[in-house]
Design a protein around this ligand. Sequence first.
Ligand code: AMP
Length: 285
Amino acid sequence: MIPVVKTVEEVRRYVKSAKKEGKTIGFVPTMGFLHEGHKSLIVRAAKENDFVVVSDFVNPTQFGPNEDFEAYPRDIEQDAKLCKEAGADIIFNPEAPEMYDNALTTVTVDKITKVLCGASRPGHFAGVATVVSKLFNIVAPDRAYFGEKDAQQLMVIRKMVKDLNFDIEIVGCPIIREEDGLAKSSRNTYLNCEERKAALCLSRALNIGKKMIEDGEKSAVAVKNAIIAEIEKEPLSKIDYVEIVDLDTLDPAERTDTGILTAIAVYIGKTRLIDNFIIEKVDNK
Ligand code: AMP
């Protein structure tokens, strides 16, 4: 069985001894209840590094007071199996007091955390940036792996790493989906049968938007309106946001050929789901 370690000291001991043997360190931060999306990150980390650490920690500081921290699904035994299959070497699964002992320090990334999920979830990205900084300092990896499923989070982490000179390569990995198109998420387990069908409106709407752009639509607002219209056809849905933004600044985009992130957050019943697609800048030269 793969070691599940609970303390910072133990993780450091494992990593130090791996480094002593000249091994490179790959790191995959997660909140557990692992699925194929997480697995794709771990498999990639194992391919590109000699020693892989997965953190499995439902971080309380990135949840708002009315969010699902308590209800968030947890299953460390199942996670340990998946990690082993995927090629990880250890799991770091601390309790909250191991991570936060009367801490007074936080890491905040400005501007790009104020839009999209940051606008709907105040404090969320400060929680993420702080815990990821701590985990980077604990694990001291060569490379860390993040999913494009959380596209804004990936951008925030890239910016933080650049701004604070973390000597870590950030690797973005593509979104893994169910066969019918729903982006895999630990939160999908909240959906009942009817909601699970309704949740397909996210990927369906994004596909419509993507196809419009591929067919030559240049107006961001036209694409955005088509996405909104498709989601609103689903009675169980309630849009949190639908935005098309510049890939670097996250400012609203007017055109679709300048490098864009199309990101959506939609409630299906009580469950908030996110999804997105990225279209890189079209080079007309
Ligand atoms: P979470 O456990 O939800 O915090 O996710 C941990 C990491 O897995 C993050 O970098 C996510 O972006 C990534 N991830 C979650 N779901 C998927 C997915 N369906 N495809 C690719 N990466 C994912």
